[in-house]
Design a protein around this ligand. Structure first.
Ligand SMILES: [Zn+2]
Length: 78
């Protein structure tokens, strides 16, 4: 397999945290994806895509429990 962006050959499976944005919140979902080592492009397989859709769906229906690991803060003015 070659990277379609940079044609690099080094593509490794890595565990990354995918960000799902729900309103003003960001939920991190640990997933295994193939990542191009040269440009960082991520390749999702169908199962991963489906899993992420499922997670998003569950979040909307409030069927998942979360662990609060931090807050996203925005500077209100300098
Ligand atoms: Zn690449």
């Amino acid at each position: 397999m070659r990277c379609v962006i940079c044609e690099g050959r080094e593509i490794e499976e890595k565990e990354v945290e995918e960000e799902i944005k729900i309103g003003n919140d960001i939920v991190l979902v640990p997933v295994k994806v193939k990542v191009c080592m040269s440009c960082g492009e991520r390749y999702y397989d169908i199962e991963t895509m489906r899993m992420l859709e499922e997670v998003e769906d569950k979040i909307e229906k409030k069927q998942l429990r979360f662990e609060l690991i931090g807050k996203v803060l925005k500077v209100a003015g300098v």
